[in-house]
Design a protein around this ligand. Structure first.
Ligand code: SDX
Length: 347
């Protein structure tokens, strides 16, 4: 993940020394201000971790609010390192808060994926053994999610940042946009859909609903605004899913169901004619489930990976010679001119 983050933030794959220095710098930003940790205590035990994450990431701007003049490349890079260092910590703390468990501080001897698993699942009362295959799987998932040109959440970060707002407030806006089931929330929705289908014999009914013009139901994990062939990330995710389940010796009926659903949908004219293929969210949920990660954390992990792309895009935008505020226009299609009617005469 260090290579991926260095490439996105600094534009090149790191040399051995650059990688060592980069990892050391990120490690130095993994802790969050102890006063920020108090924010977590304000949430109910059943608060959705994305609701917690969007709040505490925004709150980072209260602790790191250097002047807004990010023309200094060193200031932009510092914001980037803080974001890369702190997102996994805040995400793991969101999990611990939602499960009423004590938070576990990051360790300097672990990489991003290992630390995330450790901070999420370790308890002060017993040792926690990291599974190298599971951590590698999580690391690949984080990389696959790191950046994806101008998707809704990345564009949200750039639009917010175009007003020269605090970078952490902009990243919080990205978290908010990613949460929606049409975007990053789809991985959580895929699992819910597979559980609702339940058995292979109910697939045709579900596919019929997804094709109906009157039913708003969509096949979660299928389709993409840009890809009109299989999302290359979904292919990698599917292979990794099989490897992980084999390694953990898990027989997950939902994976079998997902494979059958993919087969049925990919042979159906409606999906073929509309070039609707599985996207990155179709298999990630099954991988997360195999890693023992609860469903409400799936989009949080997407946010941890994507935050590297968000902050890299913010750095690119904040460093532009002429940074102009984003100001989309709109076509007015409302009522034509109408005379003003005083309140007393309105019916
Ligand atoms: C991500 O932008 C990114 O890069 C996003 C992302 C990233 O890395 O950031 O890749 C991550 O967000 C992936 C998408 C995750 N969302 C889902 O899996 C939710 C289910 N997918 C759909 O909601 C939908 O496919 C979208 C939101 C992803 C795309 O919506 P579009 O652009 O409106 O779809 P489209 O224009 O390609 O639709 C064409 C037709 C329409 O029917 P007709 O009007 O032609 O009759 O296909 C239909 C749509 O109704 N359609 C679906 C469908 N997706 C599109 N029908 C059933 N099931 C679906 N999933």
């Amino acid at each position: 993940m260090a290579d991926c983050a260095h490439l996105l933030l600094r534009g090149t794959l790191p040399t051995r020394k650059q990688r060592r220095d980069f990892q050391r710098e990120v490690r130095g930003h993994r802790l969050v201000h102890e006063h920020l940790i108090r924010f977590f205590q304000g949430f109910n035990h059943d608060a959705h971790p994305m609701a917690i994450l969007v709040s505490v990431v925004g709150a980072l701007s209260a602790f790191y609010n250097d002047d807004h003049d990010y023309r200094d490349p060193a200031k932009r890079d510092l914001a980037g390192m803080r974001c890369v260092g702190k997102m996994a910590t805040l995400a793991a703390y969101s999990y611990k808060t939602a499960h009423g468990q004590p938070i576990v501080y990051p360790r300097d001897d672990l990489n991003l994926a290992q630390n995330f698993m450790y901070m999420m699942f370790a308890l002060p009362t017993r040792p926690y053994d990291l599974d190298p295959v599971a951590c590698r799987c999580l690391e690949v998932i984080l990389m696959l999610h790191a950046d994806h040109e101008q998707n809704a959440s990345t564009s949200t970060v750039r639009i917010a940042g175009s007003s020269q707002a605090n970078p952490f407030a902009c990243v919080a806006a990205g978290v908010a946009s990613l949460w929606g089931p049409a975007h990053g929330g789809a991985n959580e929705a895929v699992l819910a859909m597979l559980e609702e289908i339940g058995t292979v014999d109910r697939i045709p009914k579900c596919v019929a609903r997804a094709k109906s013009k009157t039913d708003p139901f969509r096949l979660m994990g299928f389709g993409h605004r840009v890809y009109k062939q299989m999302d290359p990330r979904a292919r990698l995710m599917r292979d990794m899913c099989h490897k992980l389940l084999d390694h953990l010796k898990i027989k997950d009926p939902l994976l079998d169901l997902a494979m059958e659903l993919e087969k049925v949908a990919l042979s159906d004219d409606y999906f073929i004619s509309r070039k609707l293929y599985p996207n990155v969210d179709f298999y990630s949920g099954i991988c997360f489930r195999a890693l023992g990660i609860p469903r409400e954390m799936f989009t949080v992990i997407f946010a941890v990976g994507r935050s590297v792309g968000w902050i890299a895009q913010w750095i690119e935008m904040a460093g532009e010679e002429v940074s102009r505020i984003s100001r989309p226009r709109q076509m007015y299609e409302g009522a034509p001119e109408r005379p003003f009617v005083p309140l007393s005469e309105r019916r």
